[in-house]
Design a protein around this ligand. Structure first.
Ligand SMILES: Cc1cc2nc3c(=O)[nH]c(=O)nc-3n(C[C@H](O)[C@H](O)[C@H](O)COP(=O)(O)OP(=O)(O)OC[C@H]3O[C@@H](n4cnc5c(N)ncnc54)[C@H](O)[C@@H]3O)c2cc1C
Length: 436
C-alpha cells in the first residue's frame, strides 16, 4: 500500500491529512501518516486572540490523535530534521517533556510520497536584540507566553499606586501588517474586559499604552490603501499610538531604537514583522538538498512537487510556488487551505502517473479583524471582477466565516454546527477573557 507521510498539521497539513484519510485511508487505498512537532493543533490566525486571552485554547485546540482516529490516518509526534531521499526515509528528532525527559526517541519513517507543510516562523531580519527581547507571535506556546506576561504585568500594576506616568504598561508591536494591527485592537479590547474583572488599574487607554511601529509609509502595506486608512482611523479611536516610516534597528529590555534616532520605551515587545521558513529546510536532503528560496522556502512546481524530487511535495507557508502570471502564492491560511484541497484531488492521480493541471491560487480577498470593534477587508467579487471594500459587521461576519471554513474541512458540517452552538453557550457563562 502506498505510504503518504504529511509533515506539519497546520492550516494546510491537517486539512490534507483529514481529507486523504476520509478518501484513501478509509477505503484502505493508502496508508496516511501525519507527523507534527506538537500534540495539538491551533489554527494560526487565532494566535493574536490567544495572546490577548480572548479565546480559550481548550475549546479550539484539536488533538491530533483523536482527529487521526476519527478520520482514518495515523499520527506520529516528532520534529522533522532531515530526509534521506535515496532510501525514502525521513528523520525525526527525539522529543522531550518540560522537565527534559524523553518522550519519543529519534526515529526514522519510510515514505513513498512525502508532503512537507511545516509552515513559517517570524523573521526578525537579524535585528540587534530582537531574538532576546521580543516575543514572536508564531506558535501557540509564544502566544501563551505573551498572555502570561500580560496578565502578570496587569496583576503587578494592581499593586503599584497609580501615579502620572509611572506603573504604566506599554506593549510595543513591531510590524503594522495584519497580525500587528489585529493584535493591537485585540489587546485594547482585552484591557477593557480586564478592567471589568476588577483590574481597576488597567484602563485601556490610561494605563495600557499600545504602540504599533511600521517601517513602511502606511499600515497594512500589502493591502489596498483604503484598508490602511480605515484601520488607522479605528486604531486612532482606541488611542493606539502608530508610528509609520520607522525602522527598528535595535531592541533592548526596555524598548526600541529606530533608524531615525527615536526611542520608544516598552514593557513587553512583540515582533510581528515578516515571515520566513525554518532554516533546516535549506539543508534538507543532506548531500543532495532540495532547492530553496532566499526565505528558506522549498521551491515547488505547479503540481506542488519540489523541483528536485517529484516524490516530495511542499505547500503552505514553507513552499515557494510561482503562479502562471509570475506572482508567488502568498503565505496565507486561505492559500494553504486551497493547496490542501488541490492535493487531495491531485495526489492519487499523480501517483497513478496521470497529468494534473497546475495549482492556481484564487485570492478571495483579505480581512483584518479589529477585535470586537470592527473588521476591514477587501473581497474579490465574481460579479464585480475586482475587489470590493467591506467594513463593520459584514466584514466581521466574513472573518468569522474564514474560521468556520477551516472547521468544516476538519470536522464536517455536523461537528462544526455543534462547535458553533457550544461556543455560543460558552460565551454566556465563561469570563470573556482568560484570567490565568
Ligand atoms: C497571528 C497570525 C494571524 C494570521 N492571520 C491570518 C488571517 O487572518 N488570514 C490568513 O489567510 N492568514 C493568516 N495568517 C497566516 C496563516 O496562519 C498561515 O499562512 C497558515 O497558518 C499557513 O499554514 P501552513 O499549513 O503552511 O502552516 P502552519 O499553519 O503554520 O502549520 C505548520 C505546522 O507544522 C508544524 N511543524 C513546524 N515545524 C515542524 C517540524 N520540523 N516537524 C514537524 N512539524 C513541524 C507546526 O507545529 C504546525 O502544526 C496569520 C498568521 C499569524 C501568525
Amino acid at each position: 500500500m502506498q505510504r503518504i507521510v504529511i509533515v506539519g498539521g497546520g492550516a494546510g497539513g491537517l486539512a490534507l491529512a483529514t481529507q486523504l484519510g476520509k478518501s484513501l485511508g478509509k477505503k484502505g487505498l493508502a496508508d496516511i501518516t501525519l507527523v507534527d512537532a506538537a500534540r495539538t493543533h491551533v489554527w494560526k490566525p487565532l494566535l493574536h486572540q490567544l495572546a490577548a486571552g480572548s479565546f480559550d485554547t481548550h475549546a479550539e485546540e484539536i488533538e491530533y490523535l483523536a482527529q487521526a482516529r476519527w478520520n482514518h490516518f495515523k499520527f506520529r509526534l516528532g520534529s522533522l530534521v532531515g530526509v534521506d531521499r535515496h532510501n525514502k526515509t525521513l528523520q525525526l528528532a527525539a522529543s522531550y517533556d518540560e522537565a527534559g525527559r524523553e518522550i519519543t526517541p529519534a526515529q526514522q519513517l519510510g515514505y513513498d510520497t512525502l508532503v512537507i507543510a511545516v509552515g513559517s516562523q517570524t523573521n526578525d531580519f537579524g535585528t540587534q536584540g530582537a531574538a532576546e527581547h521580543t516575543i514572536k507571535l508564531d506558535s501557540p506556546q509564544a502566544a501563551k507566553h505573551f498572555n502570561d506576561r500580560l496578565i502578570n504585568a496587569c496583576i503587578r500594576a494592581q499593586t503599584v499606586p497609580r501615579a502620572a506616568g509611572s506603573g504604566r504598561l506599554t506593549v510595543a508591536i513591531v510590524g503594522g501588517g495584519a497580525t500587528g494591527v489585529e493584535l493591537a485592537a485585540e489587546l485594547h479590547a482585552a484591557a477593557r474586559v480586564l478592567a471589568n474583572y476588577g483590574f481597576d488599574h488597567i484602563h485601556p487607554e490610561k494605563d495600557l499604552q499600545i504602540v504599533l511601529v511600521e517601517a513602511a509609509p502606511r499600515l497594512l502595506a500589502q493591502l489596498p490603501e483604503r484598508l490602511s486608512e480605515s484601520a488607522m482611523r479605528e486604531l486612532r479611536k482606541l488611542a493606539i499610538e502608530v508610528h509609520t516610516n520607522e525602522k527598528v534597528v535595535e531592541v533592548t529590555a526596555d524598548g526600541l531604537k529606530m533608524a531615525s534616532g527615536k526611542v520608544i520605551s516598552s514593557s513587553i515587545t512583540v515582533w510581528a514583522a515578516g515571515v520566513k521558513a525554518a532554516d533546516f529546510l535549506r539543508t534538507i536532503g543532506g548531500d543532495d538538498p532540495l532547492e530553496t528560496s532566499k526565505l528558506n522556502q522549498l521551491m515547488v512546481n505547479g503540481n506542488l512537487q519540489t523541483t528536485r524530487d517529484p516524490s516530495i511535495y511542499a505547500f503552505g507557508d514553507c513552499a515557494a510556488c510561482q503562479q502562471p502570471d509570475g506572482t508567488w502564492v502568498p503565505p496565507r491560511a486561505q492559500a494553504a487551505y486551497q493547496q490542501a484541497m488541490y492535493l487531495t484531488r491531485a495526489l492519487p492521480r499523480l501517483a497513478a502517473g496521470q497529468a494534473v493541471a497546475p495549482f492556481v491560487f484564487k485570492d478571495q480577498g483579505s480581512l483584518v479583524s479589529l477585535s470586537e470593534y470592527s473588521s476591514v477587508g477587501s473581497l474579490m467579487g465574481s460579479l464585480t471582477k475586482g475587489s470590493f471594500f467591506v467594513e463593520g459587521q459584514f466584514a466581521k461576519l466574513m472573518y468569522w466565516a474564514l474560521h468556520k471554513q477551516h472547521q468544516l474541512a476538519l470536522g464536517g458540517f455536523k461537528k462544526t454546527a455543534l462547535i458553533t452552538l457550544s461556543e455560543m453557550i460558552d460565551r454566556t457563562y465563561r469570563p470573556r477573557i482568560k484570567l490565568h
